[in-house]
Design a binder for this molecule. Structure first.
Ligand SMILES: *[C@@H]1O[C@H](CO)[C@@H](O)[C@H](O)[C@H]1NC(C)=O
Ligand SMILES: *[C@@H]1O[C@H](CO)[C@@H](O)[C@H](O)[C@H]1NC(C)=O
Ligand SMILES: *[C@@H]1O[C@H](CO)[C@@H](O)[C@H](O)[C@H]1NC(C)=O
Length: 430
């Protein structure tokens, strides 16, 4: 445990700090030694409250108190939807177990406590590349406070641009029942978007805006770490061929062919992001972007694994959420402290099937979309039967969108793996 933590810390240090923030600092097992000052910073121990001198050109704003900082942009995979929250959840559905939060905790522990690290968590559920860009009502870039220290950025985007919800809805859940459209058509739409130029161009503009806002020329160590997505299914097992995640009775089966096509979509999206990252890097003398492909880390933790009967709500080893499923955060972690039940409380907002679609599509929130499509399906066919009781409770028809929106997103243990994969790639940059 302890050693693992030290290794993680080492990765954060190496990435963030080797490049200039801390000069000639080396890592020795449990201790981060600063040879210049001979001061030893232990990992989370009492001696962490220590201010180290910064080179003048790196000094962060007078009196800000922050030693370091970073920013997270992007979609629900970055926001960590479903991984716990304190108090009221906002519309962006940022979770305490999000990998950005985990990195913040590691960084803060190594830097002198919780107030040493400025973390701007701007990621928002439903965001496309357009919402990362400046301009527009929900612009993440416009919310970016460049007066705060920022030594690196995290970015996860693409799933909403490239039709993940459309495919999930049409091929797996069919929230809008027969009207959801065919799986074939959704996969074809996604493929066309992946092949088009719009996403790559949007990503290029977004990254350029991030680099400029972070004044990369003055911060040679600044990089944007871009994450991909993980395949949802084990597509080799037989048993799932007869199982279904469909919300309405007699939904689509999780046949091997369907699973492998959905997996292929994720791999294609990852390849597209990687290619775009390479293209952007080629414009700089030194790479400004790092792509982290964490897909392999999810091996054995997808849906339809050997011996698993889906939907299996009790399997903590599955790192994606099922509809309304509990999180799998470790005991004692931040995200575990937050009540899962809050996510399950019924919403007082009635979903109006005649008017819900436009706002749901505008937000891009999978949960709002799912709820709206279910309401629309029920309005068109009142006799429609739910496949299982897990989708809605008997006497409270509708739940908050997070209940649905977190589906097919990483649970807390998945975010730990994303964090570890990020550290692994950072270590490889040395
Ligand atoms: C961090 O800042 C908050 C708000 O200013 C303050 O309440 C808290 O005591 C600080 N924590 C530490 C460990 O300094
Ligand atoms: C940006 O951060 C600085 C430093 O903490 C703060 O003084 C300022 O109010 C912030 N600006 C905005 C628009 O929040
Ligand atoms: C967490 O705590 C609960 C209740 O004490 C226990 O049943 C469960 O096994 C624990 N989980 C882990 C992963 O330790």
């Amino acid at each position: 445990m302890k050693f693992g933590f030290a290794m993680r810390l080492a990765a954060v240090f190496t990435f963030v700090l080797s490049s200039g923030l801390v000069l000639s600092r080396t890592v020795e097992q449990y201790h981060l030694v600063a040879p210049d000052t001979q001061q030893v910073i232990s990992n989370g121990g009492a001696s962490t409250h220590h201010r180290r001198p910064l080179p003048a050109h790196l000094a962060h704003p007078e009196g800000s108190g922050f030693q370091t900082g970073f920013v997270a942009f992007g979609d629900s995979y970055s926001a960590g939807i479903g991984t716990g929250f304190n108090g009221k959840e906002d519309d962006c559905r940022r979770g305490l177990g999000a990998h950005g939060e985990l990195i913040r905790a590691d960084l803060a522990a190594s830097q002198g406590g919780p107030n040493s690290t400025a973390f701007q968590f701007l990621s928002c559920t439903g965001a496309t590349t357009q919402e990362v860009l400046s301009g527009g009502p929900d612009s993440q870039m416009d919310a970016f406070n460049t007066s705060l220290p920022v030594d690196f950025a995290l970015l996860s985007v693409g799933g909403n641009d490239l039709g993940f919800f459309d495919v999930m809805n049409s091929c797996v859940f069919r929230f809008y029942n027969f009207y959801s459209g065919t799986c074939e058509a959704a996969l074809a739409r996604s493929q066309a978007q992946i092949e088009g130029d719009e996403f790559a161009q949007g990503l290029q503009v977004a990254v350029t805006e991030i680099l400029d806002a972070a004044r990369w020329e003055k911060r040679p160590w600044f990089r944007v770490t871009v994450t991909g997505y993980a395949r949802f299914f084990n597509d080799a097992t037989d048993a799932c061929d007869d199982m279904s995640f469909g919300v309405w009775w007699n939904g689509p089966r999780l046949k091997k062919d369907l699973r492998s096509r959905m997996n292929a979509m994720v791999l294609t999206v990852n390849a597209k992001i990687r290619r775009t990252v390479d293209e952007i890097n080629a414009r700089f003398t030194r790479d400004k972007l790092v792509f982290v492909d964490y897909d392999e880390g999810f091996d054995g933790h997808r849906f339809c694994e050997e011996g698993v009967s889906e939907p299996d709500y009790g399997r903590a080893d599955t790192w994606f959420f099922l509809v309304g499923a509990q999180d799998n955060a470790r005991n004692g972690t931040q995200s575990n402290h937050a009540s899962d039940l809050e996510t399950l409380s019924p919403t007082s907002v009635l979903i109006d099937p005649s008017f819900c679609l436009e706002p749901a599509q505008r937000s891009g929130d999978w949960g709002e979309l799912a709820l709206c499509y279910m309401a629309m399906a029920k309005a068109r066919d009142p006799s429609l039967q739910l496949a299982r009781g897990d989708f809605v409770a008997e006497n409270s028809m509708w739940y908050v969108p997070t209940y649905y929106g977190k589906t097919f997103h990483p649970r807390s243990l998945g975010h730990e793996t994303i964090r570890d994969k990020i550290y692994e790639v950072w270590r490889g940059l040395e």
